[in-house]
Design a protein around this ligand. Structure first.
Ligand SMILES: Cc1ncc(C[n+]2csc(CCOP(=O)(O)OP(=O)(O)O)c2C)c(N)n1
Ligand SMILES: [Mg+2]
Length: 609
């Protein structure tokens, strides 16, 4: 007879989660972020309290940013570990939908456990129930469906027997990896059931490494052998496969230069001579030059999104081949690429063995040296205005950073500036650029520091993103997670203002001065940060910024360094066209002028699918 143990569904869920292990033997779900409400406090809250030694619970300030911590933690852990996030029903749950989308786009594992309406429908409508007039099965949690890889509604205690293993299967599946939503009906959380004892046997979740198909492998090798000037585009999949060293060996063995996407940056240290920086809209001059001259682009673990590909102008040329090594057929087949579906590490090892020492001619090392000379100049040049440019600020951070520093950002000007200009040490870069979600930065920096406590984590963000979400800084203070925040204050949405001008628009509703106001904002970021418990200072110059960064290194509380910046200068070098649709008719001559440029741009796109 099966031995059973009588537990509520919430108790069973928490007990089961605490027993799931990552490959290194630690808990796969490191802990649970929780904001309680009536939808989860009595059921899940009680169970989390009972298991708090086996599975810690942490309290954040906002469900979305709390989940951003989890997203960043999973990314910084190379998807080998994750966190869970629970909310009440209604607003707490829908607050998490944006974060679920961030996890989904970036293919990162996060377990979302929103409370749900009563399965027995006795209190109908319960507080915060949305009430669909035409569909009795719909709740606010159905918003999660398009932004998670697995959705389930736990409306009976025994549903956990199938739902929980499915959840972990998805979170540890390298091809289908993504967030999971287990919407947990409030009454079901509290309902008891006789669970089989074996259900609670500890389990290690291994991440598989699929081998390539023999024919696809042979064709990939043949394509590389036939090429004259191949270029590797290294994406986030390289990091998730743990293929960093293999990629470097591969590039060196065959003398193939590489560029890194936003998600892939930091796989290889920037000082490696074969590292030509980045491709596309935020590409280095030498990287985009290589792309233009290459006859074979070898994507490794990349989604080929529009920034990477310059909206399909960078890799466009008749006769240029695209080879896409990817763990998922969906990505491998994009843009008529020749697919090689496999784990990145395994694929590179197999291809390298088959290439048998085949080497290509040297890439244009002079173009690489010229690029670094050019950017040295950009870093050291005064902007010509009173305030420093974003590029100069990045230059100053770079002068202080060492091989242990990790810079991170997500939105605003910084992703572009950092992608093109930051000289990343191996493992020293974290950019959320799948969703480029404002409000990710502070929470994200905290999640990275929790995953990589030995690393110095430097978060660069704009005043706009700070204003959207800064409250998890108080959580970082509370939990003793010392991150360094560089808050670049250019008084508004600088990058969108520049984009607006570039598309012929009038400066409108982006910079604070261009927005409707009765009283102009005078924001005191230093006081705000101090009010949240952080150490905060204003740097009056780049020299002061550098000095404060050094001091922050030994701080045990988070540090916020505020610096005023000029909103107008762009990056100053690199880049390429980006498809942002400009109006076809307008009364503004500037728009009509920009439209002409746009029409030229779209002609250069390579739209073969
Ligand atoms: C949640 C969210 N809303 C809107 C956007 C669109 N957006 C991208 S950058 C940006 C402005 C960012 O301003 P700030 O953080 O001050 O950075 P800056 O561009 O000034 O450097 C906006 C509105 C976004 N990426 N995310
Ligand atoms: Mg700004």
């Amino acid at each position: 007879m099966t031995q059973t143990i009588r537990l509520t569904a919430a108790q069973a869920m928490v007990r089961w989660l605490s027993l799931q292990q990552a490959e290194d033997g630690s808990r796969f779900i490191e802990g649970v972020w929780a904001i309680f409400g009536h939808g989860n406090v009595a059921g899940l809250g009680e169970a989390l309290h009972a298991h708090r030694d086996a599975l810690p619970t942490w309290r954040g300030q906002n469900e979305q940013t709390m989940a951003h911590i989890a997203v960043a933690y999973a990314k910084a852990s190379g998807r080998r570990k994750a966190m869970a996030v629970t909310s009440s029903i209604g607003p707490g749950a829908t607050n998490m939908v944006t974060a679920a989308a961030v996890a989904h786009v970036n293919r990162l594992p996060v377990l979302f456990i929103p409370g749900d309406v009563f399965a027995n429908r006795a209190p109908d409508p319960v507080l915060q129930q949305i009430e669909d007039f035409d569909d009795g099965t719909v709740s606010a949690n159905d918003c999660f469906r398009p932004v998670v890889r697995y959705f389930d509604r736990i409306s009976r205690p025994e549903h956990l027997l199938t739902a929980l293993p499915r959840a972990l299967r998805v979170m540890t599946d390298p091809a289908n990896c993504g967030p999971v939503c287990l919407a947990f009906c409030q009454d079901t959380q509290a309902e008891a059931y006789d669970y089989p004892v074996e259900f609670f046997t500890p389990r290690v979740w291994h991440i598989r490494r699929p081998e390539p198909d023999a024919r696809e492998l042979a064709e990939a090798v043949a394509a590389i052998r036939a090429a004259k000037r191949p270029l590797i585009v290294s994406g986030g999949g390289v990091l998730y496969s743990g293929a960093e060293a293999t990629l470097l060996d591969f590039a060196r063995a065959h003398n193939i230069p590489l560029v890194e996407t936003q998600a892939g940056k930091g796989a290889v240290d920037w000082e490696e001579p074969l590292h030509f920086g980045s491709p596309g809209v935020t590409g280095t001059g030498c990287g985009n030059k290589l792309a233009a001259e290459s006859d074979l682009v070898i994507g490794v673990g990349t989604r080929f999104q529009d920034f990477t590909t310059g909206s399909w102008t960078v890799f466009s040329a008749p006769g240029r081949k695209l080879l896409s090594i990817n763990i998922h057929g969906y990505d491998a087949a994009k843009r008529a690429a020749q697919p090689l579906v496999a784990d990145a590490k395994v694929a590179l090892e197999r291809i390298s063995a088959a290439l048998d020492g085949h080497r290509f001619a040297d890439p244009d090392f002079k173009a690489r040296a010229d690029w670094f000379a050019l950017t040295d100049g950009i870093f050291s040049q005064p902007s010509g205005n009173e305030l420093p440019s974003d590029a100069q600020i990045v230059g100053a951070v770079g002068r202080v950073a060492d091989k242990n520093s990790l810079v991170m950002s997500a939105s605003g000007s910084m992703p572009g500036v950092l992608h093109v200009l930051w000289r990343a040490a191996q493992g020293g870069y974290h950019m959320e650029y799948g969703f480029s979600c404002m409000g990710y930065e502070i929470a994200g920096a905290m999640g990275i520091k929790m995953a990589r406590p030995a690393r110095e984590v430097i978060c660069l963000l704009g005043d706009g993103s700070w204003m959207m979400a800064n409250s998890e800084l108080a959580t970082a203070v509370m939990m003793g997670v010392p991150i360094t925040v560089v808050l670049v204050d250019n008084r508004g949405f600088g990058c969108i203002n520049r984009l607006q001008k570039a598309t012929g628009g009038a400066p409108f509703n982006n910079l604070l001065d261009d927005a409707f106001h009765v009283n102009q904002m005078a924001l005191d970021f230093v006081s705000m940060a101090r009010g949240l418990g952080a150490h905060a200072v204003k740097a009056a110059s780049l020299v002061e910024l550098e000095a404060e960064l050094v001091k922050a290194r030994s701080a045990s509380v988070p540090t916020v360094i505020v610096i005023d910046a000029d909103p107008l200068p762009g990056t100053g070098a690199g880049g390429t066209w980006w498809d942002v649709a400009v109006p076809e008719v307008s009364d503004r001559p500037g728009v009509n002028e920009a439209r002409k440029g746009y029409e030229q741009g779209i002609k250069a796109q390579w739209l073969v699918n």
